[in-house]
Write a protein that binds this ligand. Structure first.
Ligand SMILES: [Fe+2]
Length: 246
């Protein structure tokens, strides 16, 4: 089975559209790792697409916040403003859909899906030591996570931890053949708000039979996404950061 792995779309319809065009014909099922909304100007359009097309969806912290189910004190000011705007503009059916999303880990084929980490849906896995700790909570060998908005991953075997590199510079893809008897924590990156200094939308394709992972980047209409954020009256910083991928 070939999976399209999406995370942290954050209401960015333009980035999602580019990823779908780029991955046409290359997947059988969609897995979404949460943070469907928050920050971007098209929460209803993106939620509708995920609801209709993704076979597995995990809730993210912004999905909880944008439904009013989460205190906003942990969010910075622009994120709070975006959450309140999204709460106000989400159609009731979409709000209910987001409210009912499960936390991870959820099993899919031969891997697991979480938002933050296998131990805690709100925890960030950012470096090798985080990955080593997270590996102790793994329900299986392979886990896809999001939340950090950094594309990449970690392999853990017998006390050794190494990184799986994402595409760099002008590369559009990096492939990794996953090995047996190894724990993998894999981040497809963020579609709608990358923070790894690459403004291109990030996603992953995973073949669960051959255990082949392709981390991919695709350029999208950043200016159009920025305009929708500004037109919504959301903080300008949320639009500005899309151009630099921070
Ligand atoms: Fe996120």
């Amino acid at each position: 089975m070939r999976f399209l792995i999406l995370s942290d779309i954050h209401g960015n319809k333009h980035a999602l559209d580019a990823v779908l065009a780029d991955s046409t014909g290359q997947w059988d099922q969609v897995v979404c790792l949460g943070d469907i909304v928050g920050y971007g100007g098209h929460p209803n359009e993106v939620t509708a697409w995920v609801k209709q097309n993704a076979s597995t969806v995990i809730r993210g912290n912004h999905d909880r916040a944008c439904c009013g189910d989460e205190a906003l004190e942990w969010f910075n000011r622009p994120a709070q403003q975006a959450a309140l705007w999204t709460l106000e503009h989400l159609e009731p059916a979409h709000r209910q859909y987001l409210q009912e999303l499960p936390p991870g880990p959820v099993a899919v084929a031969n891997f697991w899906a979480v938002h933050g980490s296998p131990a805690d849906e709100d925890e960030y896995i950012t470096d090798r030591s985080d990955a080593e700790v997270a590996a102790r909570y793994m329900p299986g060998e392979i886990c896809f996570f999001g939340h950090t908005h950094y594309q990449g991953g970690f392999g853990v075997r017998r006390g050794r931890v190494w990184e799986l590199a994402p595409p760099k510079g002008k590369e559009v893809e990096r492939c990794h053949e996953l090995e047996n008897d190894t724990v993998y924590l894999l981040n497809p990156g963020s579609i709608g708000q990358p923070r790894d200094h690459d403004p291109r939308a990030a996603y992953a394709l995973f073949d669960s039979v051959t255990k082949t992972l392709a981390m991919r980047r695709v350029a999208y209409a950043v200016e159009a996404a920025q305009k929708s954020i500004r037109d919504a009256g959301l903080p300008a910083w949320l639009a500005d950061r899309l151009r630099v991928g921070r």
